[in-house]
Design a protein around this ligand. Structure first.
Ligand SMILES: Cc1cc2nc3c(=O)[nH]c(=O)nc-3n(C[C@H](O)[C@H](O)[C@H](O)COP(=O)(O)O)c2cc1C
Length: 655
């Protein structure tokens, strides 16, 4: 066993798969790789082990903890270090004789030709979302007649395409022209993976977030991609038989045990690709547009600090997505929140307390949003009538304020009204949810089958009250956005969890109270929605929970404080990838009954409310202290959700 590096010995085990002469040919080749992250880092080390000795490498980024799951160079010792330098050191540790031209500023318009200078092949390893530079490099490769290969980690597999001189070009294949940035990402994705094999492994589609330039990636994909690149390089550089190139693409998915070879003449101009693009665009369109405008606002340097914070905080949830607030800008870092209640228009807002909870949620969200800009928040409850209050918010710069860990969840948190996975919460999950609550608030879990069934029955029973009283019908009529996947001011139909026939029927019934009343009375009209919206989801959950206050909950400020606690808990569930649906109406009707306030003229509904009240008292012992209740479960983020009013419509001028 020799302990001195010697080229022929180091790569002797390649011989057999390549000849001695071919190994020498590989030794004298130069390869350009742009990107030294999850893809490029693996490609580089694999190609060094193939025996390549000359590289042009580009990357400007540094390693961080978030790279650990897939990037070969990411280790605790390399956090904060340049990827390029780290990877060069690792490569030289394998072969000390390699010759590397480094491009620490990355590939740019100015250096692209120098970067490709003298290269025999270009290996694409840029981040998925770096499309402008990718297009530039491929276009220069085409002009300079340099073969190029791209092998991307997709799911637990890899998708790859070669672009050879004189054959279909990168631009011809992907057909980006005239497309917006997001559409270009989509075309790149669909062009790379026309067979969509990765769909079998994807458990949470919401993590593929083209609009926010984020997507899941893992080590299986990265390492498989590196192996594929080595094979393509061997074939192309050694002229070892026909090389498949665009419009052919290949996708090997180790999860579904499938290899697909797809031929798409005309690339993305092919009718099949066009259709796939149209369908995918429809699915993503509104969502991405909304989130994109969000990003634009947050990044914009023209906007004041106050605007940026409000723009994030407006994603706070409120009952029925009513968003009972407006914002009056006072100066760069101060604004008034005009917080109103909706008791005049909603039977669910008894004494305005549901709105007060939402106001607390908003104030907590403002505080979390401000942490993004190293600001602490001072809130003064300056004045108010019984129905509306004004909170003056001052953002104070403070270097000690670090981004709140819940910050990334402000926009992704959403309500899940559909059936969820039932695997019980682990002790660690429960502890972390309990720890998310501020002092004075506690949580009670209801996790056994029997308890879940009792809650499901309570909710289904309580729904009978809601569905048979005109006062609630008048609310429901206004808050559902029929046929919609997203809604700025209401709850979109698709987020409700009704099947299509029931949704269509309900939409028709909701045109008049007489229709609803008739259907309820003679045709068991409440059965289908109660089963679909209350009973099945009630059982299909990991647990039900109540959040209760240790002190009495009486006045507005108690409910505002509760709202703050609720938001931290809800954001934490999002961080733990749990779905949450509140179920507040049993509590609301209980309060009506206990305060002896009439809420319906319908005697039957009132009778059902009494029955639900007794059920509630049976399952929740301390219900008078409970400020929030609902269910939690295992789930993907829902594809349909309420979004929010535009920032511009939420800003008001002071009187
Ligand atoms: C105080 C409060 C009470 C709520 N009560 C219920 C409820 O009883 N049932 C339900 O399905 N959703 C309930 N929600 C969820 C809202 O309808 C939801 O947060 C809102 O439509 C915004 O949607 P998003 O959370 O998906 O952003 C409640 C939300 C809040 C803040």
């Amino acid at each position: 066993m020799s302990h001195d590096f010697e080229y022929d010995l180091a790569f002797s085990r390649n011989i057999g798969w390549v000849t001695q002469t071919e190994q020498q040919t590989l030794k004298n080749k130069r390869i350009a790789i742009a990107g030294m992250g999850g893809v490029g880092g693996g490609h580089l080390l694999a190609l060094v082990r193939l025996g390549i000795t000359q590289f042009n490498l580009a990357d400007f980024d540094e390693f961080g903890c978030e790279n650990t799951n897939r990037q070969v160079g990411a280790a605790t010792s390399s956090y904060g270090k340049k990827k390029l330098e780290t990877m060069i050191n690792m490569a030289k540790d394998i072969n000390p004789d390699i010759d590397i031209k480094a491009f620490p500023q990355g590939v740019t318009k100015d250096n692209v030709d120098t970067f490709l200078d003298g290269c025999d092949i270009y290996v694409d390893a840029l981040d998925f979302f770096v499309l402008d530079i990718r297009r530039l490099v491929f276009s220069r490769c085409e002009t300079l007649k340099i073969p190029a290969t791209t092998a991307a980690p997709i799911g637990l597999g890899t998708a790859y395409i070669n672009f050879l001189p004189g054959k279909m070009s990168f631009e011809e294949y992907f057909d980006f022209k005239e497309n917006s940035e997001n559409e270009q990402y989509l075309k790149f994705y669909l062009g790379l993976t026309p067979s969509n094999l990765q769909k079998h492994a994807l458990v949470d589609a919401s993590r593929v977030d083209l609009a926010n330039q984020k997507g899941p990636s893992n080590v299986a994909g990265c390492q498989l991609a590196a192996g594929v690149v080595v094979a393509q390089v061997v074939k192309i550089l050694l002229n070892r038989g026909p090389v498949l190139c665009a419009p052919y693409s290949l996708h090997f998915d180790a999860f579904s045990n499938k290899l697909n070879r797809v031929w798409r003449p005309f690339g993305n101009k092919n009718p099949i690709q066009k259709l796939a693009f149209k369908l995918a665009k429809r699915k993503l369109h509104l969502h991405s547009q909304k989130l994109n405008s969000e990003e634009d606002i947050e990044q914009s340097s023209d906007l004041t600090l106050a605007c940026k914070v409000i723009d994030l905080a407006r994603w706070a949830p409120s009952g029925d997505n009513c968003q009972p607030w407006q914002f009056e800008l006072l100066d760069e870092s101060t604004f008034n929140v005009h917080a109103r209640d909706t008791r005049a228009s909603s039977v669910y807002d008894l004494d305005g307390h549901s709105s007060h909870i939402a106001h607390g949620i908003l104030l907590e969200t403002i505080e979390i949003a401000a942490s993004k800009f190293s600001c602490r928040v001072e809130v003064i409850d300056i004045q108010g009538s019984e129905f509306s209050r004004i909170y003056k918010v001052a953002l104070k710069h403070d270097d000690a304020v670090k981004p709140d860990p819940l910050l990334p969840h402000i926009k992704t948190r959403t309500v899940q009204r559909k059936a969820m996975g039932t695997r019980p919460l682990s002790d660690a999950e429960k502890s972390s949810l309990i720890a998310s609550l501020p002092a004075g608030f506690k949580v009670q879990w209801y996790q056994s089958r029997k308890e879940k069934a009792r809650f499901a029955w309570l909710n289904a029973h309580n729904a009978k009250t809601r569905l048979t009283m005109k006062e609630a019908y008048l609310v429901h009529r206004e808050i559902i956005d029929w046929g919609k996947q997203f809604s700025e001011t209401k709850i979109p139909e698709q987020a409700l969890g009704l099947d299509r026939p029931t949704a269509r029927l309900t939409q028709w019934l909701f045109k008049s109270w007489r229709r609803v009343a008739f259907f309820n009375r003679y045709l068991f009209g409440t059965v289908a929605p109660r089963v679909q919206l209350d009973f099945i989801p009630g059982v299909r959950a990991s647990c039900h929970f109540t959040i209760y206050s240790e002190g009495k909950v009486e006045n507005t400020s108690d409910y505002v404080a509760a709202g703050r606690a609720i938001q931290r808990f809800w954001l934490k569930t999002d961080q733990l990838q749990l779905g949450l649906q509140p179920s507040m109406t049993p509590l609301i009707f209980a309060r009506y009954l206990e305060s002896d306030i009439s809420f319906t003229e319908n005697r039957n509904a009132a009778y059902h409310a009494f029955k639900s009240y007794y059920l509630l008292k049976k399952v929740v012992k301390n219900h008078e202290r409970v400020v929030f209740m609902g269910r939690l479960g295992r789930t993907n983020r829902p594809s349909s959700r309420s979004i929010r009013k535009a920032l511009s419509t939420l800003l008001v001028k002071g009187s």
